[in-house]
Design a protein around this ligand. Structure first.
Ligand code: DC
Length: 233
């Protein structure tokens, strides 16, 4: 028994000493791309926490579970058989990398994420990504709830118009059709839902550095984050 307690204590201490960079921000702020590139530059693990909420929404859609049914959604979140494998994401035995990026699942993820029980069910799963030498975790509540010990917290923003334009270009590049006005409306709706919810709302941590990328490209945003990391206190 005594050995178990020591081991638990040791692993807690070890977890606390692993470097974490938390990058939070609204939909389509570019945080996914920025976080992945920062992780690559530093040789850190990368956590796309939004993908977990998207997987719960996709599983709910597949199993016919309503986005309002908190206990059933929490059960799906607890039992999710998900795997992150380089750039690919797997659910059960199928590849769902693209299936979780549709507008319907984006909206569904934002709805399932409003439930406290779902967030609770995903908490340990997110913390399990913590591995030496470090982790870059990206989402809405990385700095406020999941990794409050993060050595650097960045809140990435950009105007809703610029974010809608970026999303529009991404879809066009993929050969998909899109309407910029609808995209802007969806982004505003998602911002409103993610910021107004009671459970872990989207907001900068008290000790976060806000980085407005409205006038920055991806490389410039990555450089700013790396600079902040090198010059952290
Ligand atoms: O980052 P994203 O667009 O893939 O996230 C999809 C949704 O998941 C987003 O609208 C809100 C939710 N989410 C969350 O509530 N907390 C996180 N840490 C990450 C995402």
């Amino acid at each position: 028994m005594a050995l178990d307690t020591t081991e638990a204590g040791d692993s807690l201490e070890m977890a606390a000493s692993i470097a974490v960079i938390a990058i939070d921000g609204p939909a389509a702020s570019g945080k996914g791309t920025v976080a992945a590139r920062v992780a690559q530059a530093l040789g850190f693990v990368y956590l796309d926490s939004g993908a977990l909420y998207r997987l719960v929404a996709l599983q709910a859609q597949r199993k016919g579970v309503s986005f309002d049914d908190e206990p059933a959604l929490a059960e799906l979140a607890r039992t999710l058989d998900a795997r992150f494998d380089a750039a690919e994401i797997w659910l059960d035995t199928g590849r769902v990398t693209d299936a979780i990026r549709t507008e319907a699942i984006s909206s569904g993820a934002s709805q399932v994420a409003a439930h406290v029980e779902v967030r609770q069910a995903l908490l340990e799963r997110q913390r399990a990504f913590l591995r030496a030498p470090g982790l870059v975790a990206e989402g809405r509540d990385m700095g406020t709830v999941v990794f409050p010990q993060a050595a650097l917290k960045v809140f990435l923003t950009a105007s809703a118009e610029v974010r809608a334009e970026r999303r529009y270009k991404q879809l066009m590049d993929k050969g998909l059709s899109a309407n910029i006005h609808t995209l802007l409306q969806e982004i505003r709706q998602r911002d409103e839902r993610d910021s107004a919810r009671a459970a872990a709302p989207l907001k900068p941590a008290a000790d976060a550095v806000t980085l407005d990328t409205t006038a920055l490209n991806i490389e410039q945003a990555v450089d700013r984050v790396l600079h902040l990391w090198q010059h952290r206190q």
